[in-house]
Write a protein that binds this ligand. Sequence first.
Ligand code: ADP
Ligand code: ASP
Ligand code: MG
Length: 414
Amino acid sequence: MPVGIVVQKYGGTSVADPERIRAVAERIVAAKEAGNDVVVVVSAMGATTDELVDLAHQVCARPAPREMDMLLTAGERISIALLCMALIDRGQEAVSLTGSQAGIITDTTHGKARIVDVRPFRIHEEVVAGRVVVVAGFQGVSTDKDITTLGRGGSDTSAVAVAAAVGAEVCEIYTDVDGVYTADPRLVPDARKLAEVTYEEMLELAGSGARVLQVRSVEFARNHGVTVHVRSSFNSGPGTRVVEEDKAMENAIISGLAHDTSEAKITVHGVPDRPGIAARIFQELADNAVNVDMIVQNTSSDGRTDVSFTLPTDDLVTGKAVIEAVCAEIGAAGFDVEDDIAKISLVGAGMKTNPGVAAAMFTVLADNGVNIEMISTSTIRISCVIKAADLEIALRAVHARFGLDGSDAEVVFG
Ligand code: ADP
Ligand code: ASP
Ligand code: MG
């Protein structure tokens, strides 16, 4: 394989219309002319994936997972073909490959398949022949030879996996912001761009809702030592590098804040407080593929207790059905659902050695009249569930309290 392979991934906003596709083609040609071999991974144009999801739900309430994957992968097929047409028109030889053609092999879990192997033979051949290879993100072929998707935001993971497989020098993630910020710049205007962030911090941020990188892409990058550079497709400034901890230049106590509004909370009331009951509830949820996030059990009185947990709103229909059945079985009093919640997470490697971060976060939330409904922590993260209506005020207050505010100019494009 020739040296100097660069993998570039372009997200949906970056290829949202013909003009942007041509602009992306220019950028790719510039990288090629600078002497690199370029392998590109693209997402579907703009809101195509959302539109396809809507379309499926207009045909039936619960689309068959295999057919849903077949449908959704069509979005990326459109953008790879159009981008190659623009490149060829520009005089650059290029070839589009579906995930399957590119050798991206996954397990058989439709809708959130995991990449188990990348066999980049075809990519190699095309690169050696001097072509730019444009791979469809978000998709692969399963060990059962079915077409799969990697979960929303999955093109990031496709890009990192391809970068690892071809031994790329860097995996550049081009998006509609200039890099990874101390908070989502759409909600926190004073957010500051991070020059570097560690894999561990990025894992916590992405896992807590910062959708700028799909969490699996960060896991993959860390496990395979891929250097990821998140940058804007609308300008050529430096973005954010995701690096090993000891390489991080500034070791800030707090690196950023993430938020997530995609979860709901279920509280089961009057649960008999005896061994085996929690196991019963959560085993049943797990057996039905409901991904539970936070769990809180109250202290019991009269041998009964309340158990609350959060789950993705996408899993709410299944979760409610499971809990209804379990409630009857274990003799619980009933349950209620809150879907107007948000989770705010403060992340920073320095938390390990700095006591008082949690107390400071809770104090600033209280001072701003924000009630905390649930709390969970890891060694480098503190998460609080609050009312969705309090999200912006909470984010801005905590952001300011930890000195994260900066003065970057316009940062969001598209
Ligand atoms: P793409 O289509 O390029 O994959 P995404 O919409 O998936 O783009 O991710 C980029 C978006 O992530 C940004 O527009 C921004 O609103 C959001 N975001 C959330 N948290 C952060 C953060 N900490 N830094 C930068 N962007 C963030
Ligand atoms: N098109 C897919 C999505 O919208 C994958 C991606 O954009 O990364 O989730
Ligand atoms: Mg994305």
